[in-house]
Design a protein around this ligand. Structure first.
Ligand SMILES: [Fe+2]
Length: 250
């Protein structure tokens, strides 16, 4: 198997062409922003709210990926990597390990405003980027990327699946306690009005986070998440990282 390099991935790097965005795409973006700024109140975790302040002015309309990437690089040492659609897991995690966050260039259609089964620019930017300003989150993300690349090279399919599940039940669909209240830090919920309300309602089944259970729990990523794992605080991601490290060494 040929190993991935940034140079090899360059051919899969997309160009964000603003003329591709129809008027409706700009409308959808602004509608998503208006809705979600309201629905994150008392639902999103504090690190997200604080991180969002840093990029709020840059995302009032469909943002320039290059411009936002330059800003992030200067502020926190992360860059954006535009792609046309979902990347294969090995490429995705490789980019994370090098502090590149892949972002899909298209914006969802107006029929998917409340919930989109696929990530789009809105999900990738609004759901993930504010939290990159948290060192706990950004270290954890890079750590998962690094471990995936390491086990990829060792051809450990079982561990790769463990990492993908760990990523899902934290970065994509994570809920945490903050001052005794349940808050959302998962990007699928932060970027979807339907998901954020559902996650904190009494409808999903929420389990206390146990690493062994999470890494063996199947993922169904094309529907609203009705199985969630709660962590006692957002900072607990550091504990998960240490525990996963011990698991890998055991
Ligand atoms: Fe995501």
């Amino acid at each position: 198997m040929q190993s991935i390099t940034l140079e090899k991935l360059l051919c899969e790097r997309a160009n964000q062409n603003f003329s591709d965005y129809q008027i409706q795409a700009h409308r959808n973006w602004r509608q998503l922003l208006n809705i979600q700024l309201e629905s994150i109140e008392d639902r999103a975790n504090q690190a997200f709210i604080e991180g969002l302040e840093n990029i709020k002015d840059l995302i009032q309309d469909i943002p320039s990926i290059n411009h936002l990437s330059g800003f992030l690089q200067e502020e926190i040492g992360w860059q954006l990597w535009p792609v046309i659609g979902l990347l294969e897991a090995d490429k995705f995690f490789y980019l994370l390990s090098h502090r590149y966050f892949p972002v899909v260039t298209f914006v969802r259609s107006n029929t998917d405003i409340n919930f989109s089964p696929f990530p789009d620019l809105w999900h990738d930017i609004f759901g993930h980027i504010p939290l990159l300003f948290s060192q706990t989150y950004s270290n954890f993300l890079q750590y998962l990327g690094y471990q995936y690349v390491t086990v990829e090279n060792a051809n450990r399919k079982d561990i790769k699946q463990n990492i993908a599940r760990l990523f899902w039940y934290t970065i994509e669909a994570g809920v945490c306690y903050e001052k005794g209240k349940l808050r959302v830090y998962g990007a699928t919920q932060l970027s979807s009005i339907e998901e954020i309300k559902y996650a904190l309602s009494d409808r999903p089944i929420r389990y206390p986070f146990k690493l062994e259970e999470v890494i063996n729990f199947p993922v169904e990523d094309d529907r609203v998440q009705d199985r969630l794992f709660e962590i006692p605080s957002f900072e607990y991601l550091r504990v998960i990282q240490d525990d996963f490290d011990s698991y890998l060494k055991s």
